[in-house]
Design a protein around this ligand. Structure first.
Ligand code: FES
Length: 414
């Protein structure tokens, strides 16, 4: 709905285009305008659908102890985002936020792919992209290495033009409703202005000033009508009602499809990822994964260490025994509140780093096999022992946190 018929324009002097003629859009481009949007719709649709399903399929995304979880990413955003005041309360309901985000991505992706409520899907995609830009990739440097900003602008053609009427449920439903009511289908018919002028004379202020030398008729040129009038018999409100009802039915079908895909993907992710979950990064000062998959809680003692011991000055973050030799454990830096990782490269040797990626604020994860910290967002890599940058797009290494093991077996941030 809402497509405009006819051609609008202003008279141009009848001159053959010279040098700048090459820059004029060809009539062919006008005919193919709807098809031009198809690759963009396909890319955005598949990408957002995949992103949503991938989150649902990944148990680590909802597990607070994992550095790639939504909780860890919200914690990082709560400190670094320019809208951190809005993000901070959300960090307490991370699972709900992650679920809404994933389902919204699925809905937006399906809308773009099917061309159903395309403008609404584009508006949703634009909002999601801007939110992700403000919370995740705001600090990307240079700015164009953050994809969320690019996605935000990529949605604007679909927001402005809708589906383009090609391979789109929106257009099919509208045409079916018009067919059912005996109304002519709507279409934009590109026409060169020379043809309009031949038929209508010279356009001037909505009317025809000259028609092949004869006087214009009083009515304006029909080609220049902004919107062709509907046949008098057509009940436009009934047509709109039918169209919206049909789109509602199609939306219900798409929602069912999306929920089936989402729940199936989440279940498959739990089955496939269940075995991996036991090997998740253990947590200091929080629920730690116990051998056999159970969960125990290790509570860090108060700042300064337990009374009666010569514990180092600083804040205890948990038992050193939780950190596997050659592996890592996560903790929250008591000084900054950032998600952090402590590694035990050799028995009794501990090094710790702020896990917030210096590129755009995602939370890095430790890959024991490669002895690297790897950022899940754009792939930056950092040394597992020094935090030094190994691979961009980040331009600096991870921030070191000084930790030491006390005589009580606790690790302390000093
Ligand atoms: Fe971009 Fe880490 S946030 S590489």
């Amino acid at each position: 709905m809402g497509e405009e018929e006819g051609v609008t324009g202003t008279a141009a002097p009848a001159r053959a285009p010279r040098f700048w003629g090459w820059a004029a859009p060809t009539p062919r481009a006008l005919y193919s305008a709807g098809w031009v949007l198809v690759p963009l719709r396909a890319f955005l649709g598949v990408t957002f659908l995949f992103a949503g399903l991938q989150k649902l399929a990944n148990p680590a995304f909802f597990k607070a102890s994992n550095p790639v979880s939504i909780q860890a990413q919200l914690a990082g955003a709560a400190r670094r985002s320019p809208v951190h005041a809005l993000v901070t309360p959300l960090a307490h309901v991370g699972v709900a936020v992650g679920l809404v985000l994933a389902l919204a991505e699925v809905a937006v992706g399906l809308g773009a792919l099917l061309g159903l409520w395309t403008r609404a899907a584009a508006a949703g995609g634009l909002v999601l992209s801007v939110l992700l830009f403000l919370t995740v990739s705001f600090h990307s440097s240079p700015y164009y290495t953050g994809s969320d900003l690019v996605f935000a602008f990529a949605w604007t053609p679909l927001l402005l033009a809708g589906s383009g009427g090609v391979l789109a449920a929106d257009a099919m439903i509208a045409n079916r409703a018009r067919d059912a009511m005996g109304a002519p289908r709507r279409a934009v018919v590109p026409m060169s202005f020379a043809v309009v002028r031949r038929s209508c004379g010279v356009y001037a202020e909505g009317g025809c000033r000259v028609r092949n030398g004869a006087a214009c008729e009083p009515a304006p040129c029909p080609f220049l009508a902004v919107r062709a009038p509907e046949p008098a018999r057509l009940d436009v409100r009934e047509l709109d009602r039918r169209t919206v009802a049909a789109m509602g039915v199609a939306s219900a079908g798409a929602t069912l499809l999306g929920l089936l895909a989402a729940s199936g993907t989440a279940e498959a992710g739990r089955l496939v990822g269940g075995a991996k979950a036991v090997a998740d990064t253990p947590v200091l000062g929080g629920p730690a994964t116990a051998p056999g998959g159970g969960s125990t809680t290790t509570t860090a003692p108060a700042s300064g260490g337990p009374p009666g011991t010569s514990a180092p000055a600083g804040t205890a973050i948990g038992a050193a025994s939780v950190v596997p030799v050659g592996g890592a454990a996560s903790f929250t830096d008591p000084k900054t509140g950032d998600p952090s990782l402590v590694v035990q490269p050799r028995a009794g040797e501990f090094v710790a780093f702020d896990a917030v990626c210096p590129h755009a604020g995602c939370t890095v994860a430790y890959q024991a096999a490669q002895r690297l910290f790897v950022c899940p967002c754009h792939g930056s890599e950092f040394s597992g022992t020094t935090g030094a940058l190994r691979l961009g797009p980040a331009t600096t290494g991870l921030t070191r946190i000084q930790v030491t093991e006390g005589p009580d077996g606790q690790l302390y941030v000093v």
